[in-house]
Design a protein. Structure first.
Length: 276
């Protein structure tokens, strides 16, 4: 029997439970296609940080309620409807404010040292797409689609979307998707590498959770070092990355989880990892 703990997010617009070592964060504004809001966005930042640091969770699974993942920014807060306090800010203050909000959302998500998975029941657009791409793995329902979205509202993009998109699909494809604002269906998303796999709509949550659970049950120190190695593969030359891999490899060789894996192999049983 699995265990489940409900985490108070401070708002009904975001739900969070830890089930079988998987922290499940659900954007819960289905009537607005889970678009960001003044309640949802800060709660999401807080939960990413909280779940990233909580030793009870071995993986993060982020999804959306209803038939959307996240429609991005709140359209009702654009143009003449923008927050008056922000309109009164100087240019530099507005830049600094957005930089901080980005750092605490997609920046924090990329920095989490646990595997992160996005389960996409439907559209992921604009900042919602950036949120999905900031995860390590993306699983999409067959009816889902992705779009950069910014072109349609005359904006250039935020939350690291250009950086994330370029690293997932390459320079040429990223430029095409940004400049055209194309609506990319799930099958093509899988073909070009925007998502890892596509599953039937009614199987999305079960399959995403099963994957997250299988990873969360793994050796946490080794997985954290794997994530460090993979991140550094995009930053360092081969020799430097290889040397860092060696250092982390030696560290994992003296962990309790490694000893347990070796003993389980000898005993012909499944290892039970405890994170040591």
């Amino acid at each position: 029997m699995g265990t489940e703990t409900t985490i108070d997010t401070g708002t009904d617009e975001l739900l969070c439970v830890i089930r079988d070592r998987v922290a499940i964060i659900t954007l819960n504004r289905p009537e607005a296609r889970n678009a960001m809001s003044d309640n949802l966005t800060p709660a999401s930042r807080n939960m990413i940080k909280t779940c990233g640091e909580n030793p009870e969770g071995g993986a993060l699974l982020i999804t959306g309620a209803g038939t959307a993942f996240c429609a991005g920014g709140n359209g009702q807060g654009m143009g003449a409807n923008r927050d008056k306090k922000k309109l009164e800010m100087s240019h530099d203050e507005r830049v600094a404010d957005l930089q901080e909000r980005q750092r605490l959302l997609t920046g924090a998500l990329v920095s989490v040292r646990k595997p992160t998975i996005a389960a996409l029941p439907g559209p992921a657009v604009g900042a919602g797409l950036a949120l999905a791409m900031a995860c390590d793995i993306r699983i999409a329902a067959q009816s889902a689609f992705l779009s950069t979205g910014y072109l349609k509202v005359g904006l250039s993009g935020d939350y690291g979307i250009a950086w994330l998109l370029t690293r997932l699909v390459g320079t040429s494809r990223a430029r095409e998707l940004m400049f055209t604002c194309e609506r990319v269906d799930a099958a093509r998303c899988e073909t070009i590498g925007l998502v890892n796999r596509v599953v039937p709509d009614d199987r999305l949550q079960a399959e995403a959770f099963a994957l997250a659970k299988s990873i969360a049950e793994g050796p946490t120190i080794a997985i954290r070092y794997m994530k460090d190695n993979l991140d550094e593969a995009l930053m360092f030359d081969f020799a430097t990355a290889r040397d860092h891999e060696a250092e982390r490899m030696i560290r994992t060789q003296v962990t309790a989880d490694h000893r347990e894996a070796v003993q389980a192999f000898i005993d012909k049983r499944k290892p039970v990892f405890r994170g040591g």
